[in-house]
Design a protein around this ligand. Structure first.
Ligand SMILES: Cc1cc2nc3c(=O)[nH]c(=O)nc-3n(C[C@H](O)[C@H](O)[C@H](O)COP(=O)(O)OP(=O)(O)OC[C@H]3O[C@@H](n4cnc5c(N)ncnc54)[C@H](O)[C@@H]3O)c2cc1C
Ligand code: SF4
Length: 563
């Protein structure tokens, strides 16, 4: 049986590590350089601004540009997508008495919740298991929250550089000294167009990678500094839609079961979320573990199928889809965290290193807290006037002492137990939850998503035909993501182009944005994979399942506004 990992992509992390090449007087010098304007990166920039404000004598040490944040999306928020029911703990710590929760751009606190086990026609309500209880949490659009946090970061003195992808990690004498940004204005063959702009070297005293899931330079850094954890990282793919609805939804809903299959043979782990966004919008999404085996599984189309369930159809009745998007979620948990979260000159935060509590589907407050702690560690190191290897290790200590560590430890095997199938996994997960993580299940090994042997069923035959009202095809979904990527950009996706048919089918079905198509069959029985990279919404699933996503030209990809 074919496994995607037997067909590795033409990609070498070494190609993305370089010494600075711009002449010294052309390099952009920054105190702390943050890659990624997500909750982790922006919290880091905000906290640095607060600290510099409290210690004006330090301003000189940070230099003319004390803090810069690079973001590959069109603007902060354009590439942010989440649930997003947020545990307010980290936001409160970040802002102290500067803001109350009511002052943030949210859709208010969670008022109630329901959990259903679905079959094709029925919905059995069950008492919300502890991880799905959301009392005290608040509903946000992460994209909107990102825009707000970016304004706060700018007010605190950070320079935000949107449409700028960090392409290479600059390493000199064993120390990270910044990043090189990607070129802009190249054609498909790599030639320079009239508007060509070469990338630049941004050199920094400390570089903070807060790239989120499947972080490109984070992966490069984990390899370069040998930081990978005991267990490999694994991911889930989430596809979500935001709907304008006729009737307000009064609670958050989670579902389990249908349209996923319970048999261990398929390894289908996941569930859906339906959250209210004020009186006239809801968000609905489906999350599926990428260790699934069936090459005909498409999370995009399963979400379409889910919406045809009588219970869910009723919530969306008379409504209209306003936005669509997709993203992966790191789900290896505690055992997949890197050995260390720092290297000389470098700090790693948020989803990039897998700070997600999978059973609770929460990562935003860990991202914010890790960004805040990274800022404090960077500030401490600069206060002492140097950043040798050990200077940033206080960040690891701070994370280990924080709720990030204790929360993730409590649910450490939660994702892995579902490798044993839905029912056994469910029973073990309950045992862990009831004992607050004290039930010792031994260390369960995670298997990389791309190592799963594939099988092919006719699951795709039962996906509903798109009607353009309730159910949609992938290309209209890409349109609803706001993606306007230029067709003639260089291809940013690295995959082996000639593979067994099952692997090509897997990629074609998996990609929610219809980037891959199964092409011509060759004499040796392999097929060619055709690629339409401009459809890509940078969800990251291809990296989990045997290929490699690299950042495309800055400013391309989705333009999310309310995801
Ligand atoms: C569908 C879904 C539902 C979820 N639901 C919830 C929920 O309800 N509650 C919750 O707490 N968590 C939830 N999560 C998880 C949560 O969204 C993440 O944990 C959180 O967004 C992580 O924040 P981050 O800052 O680490 O990364 P991100 O939010 O991914 O932000 C990273 C940013 O960095 C940018 N970037 C990346 N690489 C580069 C580069 N090389 N150069 C320049 N810019 C770059 C990206 O464009 C992006 O803007 C959900 C996730 C998904 C996908
Ligand atoms: S090509 Fe882009 S959208 Fe498709 S799976 Fe890969 S990363 Fe996701």
């Amino acid at each position: 049986m074919a496994r995607p990992s037997n067909f590795p992509p033409p990609f070498s992390a070494r190609d993305y590590i370089a010494e600075p090449t711009d002449p010294p007087d052309e390099r952009i010098e920054v105190g702390v350089l943050v890659v990624g304007a997500g909750p982790a990166g922006l919290a880091c920039a905000i906290r640095l601004g607060q600290l510099i404000g409290e210690h004006p004598e330090m301003a000189e040490r940070f230099g003319e540009v004390p803090v810069a944040v690079l973001e590959k999306g069109k603007q902060p928020g354009s590439h942010l997508l989440s649930g997003a029911v947020v545990n307010p703990r980290a936001l409160r710590r970040l802002f102290g008495d500067r803001f109350r929760m009511q002052d943030l751009p949210s859709y208010g606190p969670v008022h109630g919740e329901s959990v259903y086990v679905l079959t094709r026609r029925s919905a059995l309500p069950i008492p919300p298991p502890p991880p799905m209880r959301n009392h005290g949490n608040w509903v946000f659009s992460l994209s909107e929250l990102g825009r707000f946090l970016a304004e706060q970061a700018e007010e605190a003195g950070a320079m935000i550089l949107p449409e700028t992808a960090a392409q290479k990690l600059l390493v000199s004498h064993g120390r990270v000294v910044g990043v090189r940004t990607g070129d802009k204005g190249r054609n498909r063959e790599g030639g320079e167009l009239g508007n060509f702009e070469a990338g630049s070297d941004l050199v920094a005293k400390v570089t903070v990678l807060a790239e989120g899931t499947q972080g490109h330079l984070t992966g490069v850094a984990l390899d370069r500094f040998d930081l990978r954890g005991e267990e490999p990282q694994v991911w889930e793919l989430a596809v979500k839609e935001v709907w304008k609805v006729a009737k307000p939804l009064d609670r958050v809903i989670h579902t389990m079961g249908w349209p996923l299959r319970a048999s261990k043979r398929y390894r289908e782990f996941g569930g859906s979320f339906i959250y209210p966004m004020g009186d006239d919008m809801v968000t609905i999404g489906l999350v599926v573990g990428l260790d699934y085996r069936d090459a005909s599984l498409s999370v995009h189309d399963l979400l379409q199928e889910l919406k045809t369930h009588p219970k869910i159809r009723k919530i969306l009745a008379g409504g209209e889809r306003v936005e669509w998007g997709a993203k992966t979620i790191p789900s290896g948990g505690f055992n997949s965290l890197p050995r260390e979260l720092h290297a000389p000159g470098l700090l790693l935060c948020g989803d990039g290193v897998g700070m997600v509590n999978v059973p609770r589907l929460k990562g935003i407050h860990y991202a914010i807290e890790s960004g805040r702690l990274a800022a404090e560690a960077a500030f401490r190191a600069l206060q002492r006037g140097e950043t040798p290897a050990s200077a940033l290790s206080s960040y690891d200590d701070a994370v280990r002492d924080s709720f990030i560590w204790s929360d993730l430890h409590e649910v450490r095997n939660m994702r892995q137990v579902f490798q044993r199938g839905f029912f056994v996994g469910g029973a073990l997960a309950s045992a862990m939850t009831m004992s607050k993580g004290r039930a010792e299940l031994g260390k369960l090994e995670a298997e990389p998503d791309a190592d799963q042997p594939l099988l092919v069923t006719d699951r795709d035959k039962s996906y509903p035909a798109p009607d353009g009202k309730l159910t949609f095809d992938k290309l209209s979904s890409v349109f609803a993501s706001g993606n306007k990527t230029r067709d003639d950009q260089p291809n940013h996706i690295r995959i082996e182009r000639r593979v067994p048919r099952e692997v090509a089918q897997l990629w074609a079905h998996m990609c929610p944005a219809q980037v891959y198509e199964v092409g011509r069959e060759d004499d040796d029985g392999t097929v060619t994979v055709d690629v339409a990279p401009s459809n890509c919404v940078q969800c990251g699933a291809i990296t989990a399942k045997g290929g490699r996503l690299t950042p495309p030209e800055g400013g391309s990809g989705p333009e999310y506004t309310v995801t």
